[in-house]
Design a binder for this molecule. Structure first.
Ligand SMILES: *Cc1c(COP(=O)(O)O)cnc(C)c1O
Length: 391
């Protein structure tokens, strides 16, 4: 069909530059090893930090819920699609996060969109870290609020933005808890102090911190001992939790407001029973199997130190998200392709997900990886990098 030549031109350019990417289908379940192109390879690209996507307890909860309650819910939450299990999950999430209430959205992405677009007006200002996740940026695009961006984790620049925004009704500071492409942790204690000094609200997106940092994986707020001092905690049920969805944990007031005004919540169908029940079970697993988080961190330390000893540039990572920074876009993708050929699945990530010239192979180890698998991955990183003159 004619009509999309204007898009094809752009795609052809990407092909010339070596930045056009095909999707990589897995032919097995998610795990420390996965099957790609009929071959078993070590998986270093998932967000399945604790291996919960295939945890026996989550599988069982999903199957039982599907058998008992069916495959779907048939409605949005506000009309006929709230089942008691949705409320049970939200109560559990609020307890877990030490907040008054919580509300589940279809994904972490729509949670950020829903929260930011609904609570701010033209009288308000949102102050955002320069490296915040795309879903925060898009949520901000949907508000009429004024926008200010502060330099990545730069507290002097945040203070400047706060000083410049004295006249607004509400000042909302928003940050990722753990930055997804670099693996560094937001300086939340300093952010909270500045917020308290300038009477601003704080929103933290703990997509990569929930299930990873804090007691039993409660996230960055708990990790820094800031329970009760951060107004809005966003999390995802799609990463360490291993299933699908997003949530916001906050006061009863904010949750009641979002039930009435959060557009993705109001206008999109609720989670199917299997998803909801598996998410609830996942929180119990976090509470009852804390050794998973310990193993995750032991593995992360081993792998990160291994990469650094080999001479790779892992940037400012301090969590299981460890980038191997290559710089050049095309070279980064070549590196990733070679790793896959040798038996390691580690995706290359380039512009626009990260800045131009900052392309990296991003790795995330999980609690499921064995030491042997991680050592083998390190050996193959060394081999592939030497061949491509990256080391
Ligand atoms: C992954 C991610 C999201 C999106 O979560 P989904 O549940 O996959 O939609 C939001 N924010 C951050 C910081 C993320 O890393």
């Amino acid at each position: 069909m004619k009509g999309f030549e204007f898009l094809q031109t752009e795609l052809d350019e990407m092909k010339t530059q070596g930045t056009f990417r095909k999707l990589v289908p897995l032919q097995s379940e998610q795990g420390s090893k996965v099957t790609i192109n009929g071959k078993e390879v070590i998986q270093l690209s998932s967000n399945n930090y604790l291996g919960l996507t295939s945890h026996p307890r989550l599988r069982k909860a999903a199957v039982e819920a599907a058998e008992r309650y069916g495959a779907g819910t048939g409605s949005v939450r506000t009309i006929a699609g709230t089942f008691s299990m949705h409320e049970e999950l939200e109560i559990k999430l609020a307890e877990f996060k030490h907040t008054e209430a919580a509300l589940v959205f279809q994904s972490g992405f729509t949670t950020n969109q829903g929260v930011l677009s609904s609570i701010l007006t033209g009288e308000d200002v949102v102050i955002s870290d320069a490296l915040n996740h795309a879903s925060i940026i898009d949520g901000i695009r949907l508000t009429k609020a004024a926008r200010k961006v502060y330099k990545h984790v730069d507290m002097e620049d945040l203070e400047r933005a706060l000083k410049e925004s004295a006249g607004y009704r509400v000042r909302l500071i928003v940050t990722d808890g753990v930055f997804s492409m670099d693996g560094n942790i937001a300086p939340l204690p300093e952010i909270v102090e500045l917020a308290e000094k300038y009477d601003a609200l704080v929103m933290v997106d703990d997509a990569h911190a929930s299930g990873v940092l804090g007691k039993n994986g409660r996230g960055t707020v708990n990790h820094f001992g800031l329970d009760g001092r951060v107004h809005i905690q966003v999390g995802t049920l799609s990463k360490a939790i291993g299933v699908l969805g997003g949530y916001v944990a906050s006061t009863r007031t904010l949750i009641d407001y979002l039930i009435h005004k959060g557009r993705p919540f109001l206008f999109s169908t609720s989670h199917p029973p299997a998803v909801t029940a598996a998410c609830t079970e996942a929180i119990d697993v976090l509470l009852e199997e804390p050794e998973l988080i310990e193993t995750l961190w032991e593995n992360a330390r081993f792998f990160k130190e291994g990469l650094q000893k080999l001479g790779f540039d892992t940037g400012v990572s301090e969590t299981p998200v460890t980038p191997v920074i290559v710089g050049d876009e095309a070279k980064c993708h070549q590196f990733s392709d070679k790793l896959l050929e040798y038996g390691v699945f580690a995706q290359g990530i380039a512009f626009p997900t990260v800045a131009k010239g900052q392309a990296r192979v991003r790795t995330i180890v999980t609690a499921q990886h064995s030491r042997e698998e991680l050592q083998e991955a390190l050996d193959l990183f060394e081999k592939a990098a030497k061949e491509l003159d990256i080391l």
